[in-house]
Design a protein around this ligand. Structure first.
Ligand code: F3S
Length: 772
């Protein structure tokens, strides 16, 4: 009777179109005739036109994976407040009356963490009122669900409300893959990609390869889901997942909670993976039911029983397989300054001494989208209760960030917040706060030149990420490890084996943490004011106003179209080493200008290190005078001198921050030449009409200096051939003394991306199409 898998009443926008997806998948199976991984089943069932996208398969998946550009039709879009501003400003330029797919806006990034939820929230609402009002009015006008400040962190709310096995969604945040914990394919993108989905324009993705992670054994004791991914980050490095979807399988999956799987998928972003996902489990059904979606759970269950859609086909081949034995896995601590520097807790004390890291920890923080589930909170509270019963008090400040109002209200009802606050913890607003540089820390100045160490349950630890202080070393670990650590404060402390000496001289040792994956009495919603209308309808009469004098919001002017000529660009900066999107477009205080392209562009590349001088935020004009990097960009833009940046590996790793592509384009950049790109950033650059190139021979990096002119020779030819999905371009390097040599550079431009380049940006191109 339910073979059409019709969405139950009231759940229409939250149920994937299973009948359509299964019909698409039948066509895919017919074309490919091969067993598919789960990732491929979900992705390919969302193809706009399977026959077209898979035409070159010729009986082998190897001809698709890592080769073909897929045109996809995602089911949903989620946007956080910082990135939603630019996404919506771009959407507005397309002139559409409503979005084609359901979407949601989440106000989480702009909320400061300082004294505690109530005070911080009120202060943040007052500071950001103009932006929140803009987002709310956009939501009302276009029928987008608006989750206001204090309602929770985007990924936790998506998990609780929108993620469903088999769903495909885009999110304007790099940790969007969190939703893969509930069997979705959820991909972090820039605002321009989100506009594709919002306008019903096919969204393009190079078909990822599939990395299988086989989990054996089962989790127990001190080891938690976080340790699976912190361990994998060490194994695979920040580049190891580039071009891959990570798909978990094996009997070990059964010992994971749904929220634990979400933690693992969340931090797949730290290994550069396109996304991560898990096959359908009983834990998924239980989580859907617990989060008030029993009718969806019933359909999902039936879809899987009838068709096996929500797991890999028997015999499916992965491009690579890594195995992790959960039974022998130790807790890990990752950092500082990179998420792939992974140390098992048993070795951490010795390593920290050998590395000369601070020997005391200055603060502990738990929560964030990575680790703010009921299970995380209840395990942390279990440890704190043990310490409280033993008469211990934390030695260092401790902050707790619940992931959503539903989590906050439920842990308050169940007495967990009493346990935290009883031990002096500060419970912050349901928001990102200290995870994104919004920690208004009072104990250590931002400008302090002395190193300090913090333990967090977050996912990212680039310099200045949390408190704006470049000397703060953020060690990423499980909430369990953070919580135990606050009672010792000693970097050498290993709660698995060590005791803490109490004031009376006796020893106290924690027993391993225990927590429920779901609340025994069910979730409660909490304060009604934090919840939006379930199925908002567009209200075309709503005015979205942007003041011309605002310093927070600015309407967009289209970038100029390509003039049809080869590029001749001067090297403004040669970047040394790691250059993440935090280096290219810093967060923290700059978050406030996310909706104002001109103002935020004053942060462009201010964290980058000049290879030739070792200086940060310093570039040299042709006359040898030093400038701040954005200042020189502005100067060269005024002088009509197109410029480019040369850099090393994994350029643009980190977040999905599209300002890292928008700002350079806005300030007159036209080309990037690097050893390799992080996927999202490379796509973002193409969406803004930039030309991203990589060295065919990496040693050519050493031959280029600031002030050299890089001129393409066969760009027009590549454009005429619609990019050909990648190839080689010749670039002539002219040195300051006039000598010249040619180098070979690789590009990965598809036909659509060539169209973006020609139009000046993807948004210009979509706007042109809609006008036609
Ligand atoms: Fe927010 Fe940090 Fe997650 S910024 S979305 S809590 S990674």
């Amino acid at each position: 009777a339910t073979s059409s898998y019709t969405a139950p009443t009231g759940f229409a926008s939250r149920t994937p179109p299973y009948a359509h997806l299964l019909a698409n998948l039948r066509e895919v199976n017919h074309i490919l005739g091969k067993p598919l991984t789960l990732a491929e089943k979900i992705l390919y069932s969302h193809l706009c036109n399977p026959a077209e996208s898979l035409a070159n398969a010729n009986g082998s998946l190897a001809n698709i994976r890592g080769q073909e550009y897929l045109k996809l039709s995602p089911d949903r879009v989620a946007m956080q407040d910082a990135s939603a501003q630019m996404a919506l400003l771009q959407f507005m330029t397309c002139g559409m009356p409503l979005t084609v797919v359901p979407a949601s806006i989440h106000c989480d990034h702009l909320i400061v963490g300082k004294e505690g939820a109530e005070t911080d929230l009120a202060a943040s609402i007052s500071t950001n009122k103009e932006v929140f009002d803009f987002l709310e009015s956009c939501g009302a006008k276009y029928g987008i669900q608006f989750w206001g400040p204090g309602s929770g962190i985007i990924h936790q709310i998506v998990l609780e409300n929108f993620s469903v096995p088999g769903l495909m969604m885009l999110g304007t945040d790099s940790h969007t893959p969190n939703a893969g914990g509930l069997g979705a394919i959820a991909i972090g993108v820039g605002g321009a990609d989100a506009v594709d989905a919002l306008t019903g324009t096919p969204w393009e993705l190079k078909a990822p390869k599939v990395l299988g992670v086989k989990l054996t054994g089962h989790l127990s004791g001190w080891t938690s889901p976080k340790d699976v991914i912190t361990h994998l980050a060490g194994l695979l490095t920040v580049r190891g997942g580039t071009g891959y979807i990570v798909e978990y399988f094996g009997e070990g999956v059964e010992s994971l909670s749904c929220t634990g799987m979400a933690t693992i998928c969340n931090m797949g972003a730290e290994i550069g993976a396109t996304t991560s996902t898990f096959p359908y489990q009983l834990a998924h059904k239980r989580y859907l039911e617990a989060t008030h979606r029993a009718p969806i759970a019933a359909i999902v269950d039936q879809v899987h029983r009838d068709t096996g859609f929500l797991a890999a086909d028997a015999g499916a081949q992965y491009d690579k397989v890594v195995e992790v034995n959960l039974s022998t896995l130790e807790p890990h601590v990752n950092g500082p300054f990179t998420p792939d520097l992974s140390t098992p807790i048993s070795q951490f004390g010795a390593v920290s001494k050998a590395e000369n890291w601070p020997q005391t920890v200055s603060a502990g923080l738990i929560g964030s989208c990575t680790n703010s589930s009921y299970q995380d909170m209840s395990r942390a509270a279990h440890l704190m209760q043990q310490a409280a019963d033993a008469g211990l008090r934390p030695k260092i400040p401790f902050f707790v960030t619940p992931g959503s109002e539903q989590i906050r209200a439920t842990i308050a009802r169940d007495g967990l917040i009493d346990v935290f606050e009883g031990q002096g913890a500060i419970v912050l607003a349901n928001a990102c706060g200290p995870c994104i540089g919004q920690w208004d820390r009072t104990d250590i100045a931002k400008t302090s030149s002395e190193s300090n160490a913090i333990f967090t349950s977050f996912n990212r630890n680039f310099r200045a990420r949390n408190d704006g202080n470049r000397e703060t070393m953020n060690f990423l670990t499980s909430p369990d490890m953070v919580t135990a650590m606050i009672y010792s404060g000693d970097m050498g402390f290993n709660p698995v084996t060590d005791s803490i000496t109490k004031e009376d001289g006796t020893a106290f040792k924690f027993v391993p943490p225990h927590g429920d994956d779901l609340p025994g009495q069910g979730f409660i919603a909490g304060r009604a004011e934090f919840y939006p209308e379930a199925e908002p309808q567009p209200q075309p009469s709503v005015e979205v106003s942007v003041s011309p004098t605002s310093d927070r919001l600015q309407l967009l002017e289209p970038f100029p179209a390509w003039n049809g000529e080869e590029l001749a660009t001067s090297v403004l900066l040669k970047v040394e080493g790691k250059c993440t999107t935090d280096h290219i477009s810093a967060a923290g205080v700059w978050l406030k200008y996310k909706g104002h392209l001109e103002n935020i562009s004053n942060n462009t590349l201010i964290g980058a290190v000049n290879k030739e001088t070792g200086e940060v935020n310093t570039a040299y004009d042709l006359d040898g005078l030093a400038y701040g990097i954005p200042e020189l960009m502005i100067k060269w833009k005024k002088e009509h001198r197109p410029w480019c940046v040369v850099a090393e590996h994994n350029y643009g790793e980190g977040s999905a921050r599209e300002h890292a592509a928008l700002s350079p384009k806005f300030l007159g950049g036209s080309m990037l030449l690097v050893k390799s790109f992080a996927r999202i950033h490379e796509t973002n650059l193409k969406k803004q009409g930039m030309l991203p190139l990589t060295f065919a021979d990496e040693t050519d990096y050493d031959r280029i200096q600031g002030g050299d002119v890089l001129a393409t020779k066969d760009l027009a030819d590549m454009i005429a051939r619609d990019g050909n999905n990648g190839g080689v371009l010749t670039v002539t390097v002219t040195k300051r003394d006039g000598t010249q040599f040619d180098i070979q550079c690789k590009h990965t431009m598809s036909k659509d991306q060539v169209d973006f380049f020609k139009a000046g940006s993807a948004i210009n191109h979509i706007g042109n199409l809609k006008k036609q």
